[in-house]
Design a protein around this ligand. Structure first.
Ligand SMILES: Cc1ncc(COP(=O)(O)O)c(C=O)c1O
Length: 408
């Protein structure tokens, strides 16, 4: 792919040196500029940004796409805002949805209706079409994550059909799915509104993303975007998103990933870019060993190490990974049992190990994948407490402590 095919990058490279009496305060100009006469304006684009967004919408199959420099989080919030402006009051979504979905619902006063999910091999599964239909009957819209962090993809065709039949909008958080736009698995083929997290699986700078809409939703989505998007967009990020969406497919690495998955006994998922390997009790040891050899996975959830690929991954890197994997033991994956109890009134923070047996008052888990390990109302098990106590980075905890209901 040539940089000259990218409107924003081309504009940045063609800039003439000038004296900066404008933001940003570093005054160094170059690529990190602000909205000037020649660089267009993200909130009201007529120049290079408008042309980039038009190209992106065409590639993603959208009526309208909006560049985001504030991550998929901004896209999810904008989608929820759009749904709300069109009368949605209750949104059906799985409990494993990203924190941005939960925060957005809270912020906008949208009621969340849980879509039931099951766990297989200690990994939360995508909801079935039946579960989605059941939840949708009690809600005004459906919002799913596809693919999820483990590379699971729901039956998008069946679910979009049932949303259409019910006359209710279908939204997809595609924070992990921008690289699928070449394939029939892409969110844009099924959803009314969706997010493409370009920075996670395509060569875009961190925080670069896109939110898109099909006909009938563009105006509402534009309103949402204007509420949540920054008014000081980063040009390097915008340029990188245009570049990433135009980046060519790398079928050789897709094939190499599929073959590697088969050879190393990876968890079976539908997304080539996510290699999820079971290590069970050896997961911390395997992570430490790989990192000592210069190989960093995306996360370690206590059972699995997850390796995130992109079209920029090199065949040699997969070979190195495979060689190191051959020296590592594979343990049994442990399914953490889960039981719920009545919630209390008073709350307190407890060290994970001293919270065993108590009832969790605020969902928390390992970050990433940012999927709740403990939910509100769940009794804290010894296994989950140990996992949280060992976690190097977590969400929902305060100084490593779990919020629990006090025992009266
Ligand atoms: C499923 C899902 N949705 C949304 C987000 C938010 O994406 P971002 O970090 O780009 O704001 C994440 C981040 O990990 C995610 O995993």
């Amino acid at each position: 792919m040539k940089a000259r095919d990218c409107h924003i990058l081309k504009m940045l490279r063609a800039q003439k040196r000038h004296i900066s009496f404008h933001t940003p305060g570093h005054k160094r100009s170059g690529q990190d500029i602000t909205e000037l006469d020649y660089s267009d304006n993200l909130a009201d684009p007529h120049g290079v940004i408008a042309r980039a967004e038009e190209d992106i919408a065409r590639i993603l199959g959208a009526e309208k796409s909006f560049l985001l420099t504030d991550g998929s989080t901004c896209g999810v919030l904008s989608v929820l805002y759009a749904l709300k402006t069109r009368g949605v009051k209750r949104v059906a979504c799985p409990p494993e949805s990203h924190v941005s979905v939960k925060n957005g619902c809270r912020l906008l006063g949208l009621e969340r209706v849980d879509v039931e999910t099951q766990t297989r091999d200690a990994i939360p599964q995508q909801p079935t079409a039946e579960a989605a239909e059941k939840a949708l009957a009690k809600a005004d819209a459906l919002l799913l994550t596809s693919p999820d962090y483990y590379g699971n993809i729901p039956d998008l065709a069946a679910i979009s059909r049932l949303c259409r039949a019910a006359g209710k909008p279908f939204a997809i958080d595609g924070a992990h799915g921008a690289h699928l736009h070449f394939t029939p698995l892409h969110a844009g083929r099924y959803a009314d509104l969706w997010v493409d997290g370009a920075h996670k699986s395509l060569p875009a700078l961190t925080q670069g993303a896109v939110v898109s809409a099909h006909a009938g939703w563009s105006e509402a989505l534009g309103e949402g975007v204007s509420v949540f998007r920054t008014t000081s967009p980063s040009y390097p990020i915008m340029a990188s998103v245009e570049y990433a969406i135009k980046y060519p497919r790398n079928e050789a690495i897709e094939r190499a990933a599929a073959a590697l998955k088969g050879r190393v006994g990876a968890y079976g998922n539908g997304d080539w870019s996510k290699i999820v390997l079971p290590f069970g009790e050896y997961s911390d040891m395997a992570q430490a060993y790989l990192q000592a050899h210069g190989v960093y996975p995306e996360f370690n959830d206590g059972n699995y190490l997850m390796f995130y690929l992109s079209p920029c991954t090199k065949a040699g890197e997969l070979k190195k990974l495979e060689k190191l994997l051959s020296r590592l033991p594979h343990g049994e994956v442990r399914d953490f049992a889960c039981s719920f109890a009545a919630i209390g009134e008073k709350i307190e923070f407890r060290e994970p190990l001293s919270a065993v047996g108590m009832v969790c008052a605020r969902e928390c888990g390992i970050f990433p994948p940012c999927i709740p390990l403990l939910r509100q109302g769940e009794r804290v098990s010894a296994e989950k407490a140990k996992r949280l106590a060992r976690a190097k980075s977590a969400f929902g905890l305060k100084e490593g402590k779990i919020l629990v209901y006090s025992e009266e």
